[in-house]
Design a protein around this ligand. Structure first.
Ligand SMILES: NC(=O)C1=CN([C@@H]2O[C@H](COP(=O)(O)OP(=O)(O)OC[C@H]3O[C@@H](n4cnc5c(N)ncnc54)[C@H](OP(=O)(O)O)[C@@H]3O)[C@@H](O)[C@H]2O)C=CC1
Ligand SMILES: O=C(O)C1=N[C@H](C(=O)O)C[C@H](O)C1
Length: 250
C-alpha cells in the first residue's frame, strides 16, 4: 500500500519538530515537506502533500489553511486562536472544496480530551466550576485553546441541564482577579517556567469539591492524536472540531 504523503507546517517549533519525528517514524506515512516561517507553500503542491499538519501560530494559520483547502490538501490543525468568525471563514472555504477534510483539535493528548469529556459530564452536578490552565511562559495565547474549549463544553452542558448561574459575591477588587469569563465560566491562565501544558477543572458543591487534573509532561503526549488525525482526516470531508470525534468517545 502506498504511504500517505504528509507535510508539517511550523516544523521547527516545539510541537512541530516533535511531529516531524513522529511522521518520519510512522511506517504508513511519508514526510514530504517540513516548512517553517518564510518557506513557500508551493512546496506542498510541488511535493504532492496529501495532508498538512498545521502547528504554527494564530497569526499564520488562516492563510496556511486557505492555501491547503484551495488545493484540496487535507489538514490536521493544532494551532490555537479559533473564533466563531474564523470557523465560519474556514467552513466557507471548505464548501468550495468538497472532499477536503480539516480536523482542528484544541488538544491532541488523550488525557486532555478525556478531561474535557469528564468536565462536561460533571459540570451540571456542581454549583461552581472554574478552569485553571498552566503552561510554559513562551506560549503566546491566553487562555489556552484547551481551556477555552473546556469552558465552552461546561457552559453548554450546564445550560442544557438548566443549571443556575454560579454563586459569586465578588463586588470589589482588582480587574482580572476572577480570571477571564468564557461563557460564564471563569478561566485562569498561569505561565510558569518549568511547566509544559496542564489543566485543572475545579468543581464545587455543598460540602465537597471535585478536581479533574491533566498534565502533559512532554510533547510526545500529542503525537498519537496527531497521527490518528492524519490517518482519519483523509476520509472525513468538511470540518471536524475536536479529536473526540475520531475516538470512540460517547
Ligand atoms: N492542539 C494541541 O494538542 C497542541 C497545540 N499547540 C499549539 O500549536 C501552536 C504552536 O505551538 P508551539 O510549537 O509551542 O509554538 P512555537 O512558537 O514553538 O512553534 C511555532 C512555529 O511555527 C513557525 N511559523 C510561524 N508562522 C509560520 C508560517 N506561516 N509557516 C510556517 N511556520 C510558521 C514559527 O517560526 P518562528 O519561530 O520563526 O516564528 C515556529 O517555528 C500553538 O498555537 C500552540 O498553542 C501546541 C501543543 C499542543
Ligand atoms: O501552547 C501549548 O503548549 C499548547 N497549546 C494548546 C492549547 O492552547 O490548548 C494545547 C496544549 O495545551 C499545549
Amino acid at each position: 500500500m502506498s504511504k500517505l504523503r504528509v507535510a508539517v507546517l511550523g516544523a521547527k517549533g516545539r510541537i512541530g519538530s516533535e511531529a516531524v519525528r513522529a511522521v518520519e517514524a510512522a511506517e504508513d506515512l511519508e514526510l514530504v515537506a517540513a516548512l517553517g516561517r518564510g518557506d513557500s507553500l508551493e512546496a506542498l503542491t510541488d511535493t504532492g502533500a496529501q495532508v498538512v499538519v498545521e502547528l504554527t501560530t494564530p497569526a499564520s494559520v488562516m492563510d496556511n489553511l486557505d492555501f491547503c483547502v484551495r488545493h484540496g490538501i487535507h489538514a490536521v490543525v493544532g494551532t490555537t486562536g479559533w473564533t466563531d468568525e474564523r470557523l465560519a471563514q474556514l467552513n466557507t472555504a471548505l464548501a468550495a472544496s468538497p472532499g477536503t477534510g480539516v480536523l482542528i483539535a484544541p488538544n491532541f493528548s488523550i488525557g486532555a480530551v478525556l478531561t474535557m469529556k469528564f468536565a462536561e459530564v460533571a459540570a451540571p452536578y456542581f454549583e461552581s466550576v472554574e478552569v485553571i490552565e498552566l503552561h510554559h511562559p513562551n506560549k503566546v495565547d491566553a487562555p489556552s485553546g484547551t481551556a477555552t474549549r473546556t469552558a465552552q463544553l461546561i457552559a453548554a452542558a450546564r445550560q442544557k441541564a438548566g443549571s443556575a448561574p454560579q454563586p459569586d459575591a465578588t463586588a470589589t477588587g482588582l480587574d482580572g482577579a476572577r480570571g477571564a469569563d468564557v461563557d460564564g465560566v471563569p478561566v485562569h491562565a498561569v505561565r510558569l517556567r518549568g511547566l509544559l501544558a496542564h489543566q485543572e477543572v475545579l468543581l464545587g458543591g455543598e460540602g465537597e469539591t471535585l478536581t479533574i487534573r491533566h498534565d502533559s509532561l512532554h510533547h510526545s503526549s500529542f503525537m498519537p492524536g496527531i497521527l490518528l488525525g492524519v490517518r482519519r482526516v483523509v476520509d472525513t470531508p468538511g470540518l471536524t472540531f475536536g479529536l473526540e470525534h475520531f475516538l470512540d468517545l460517547k
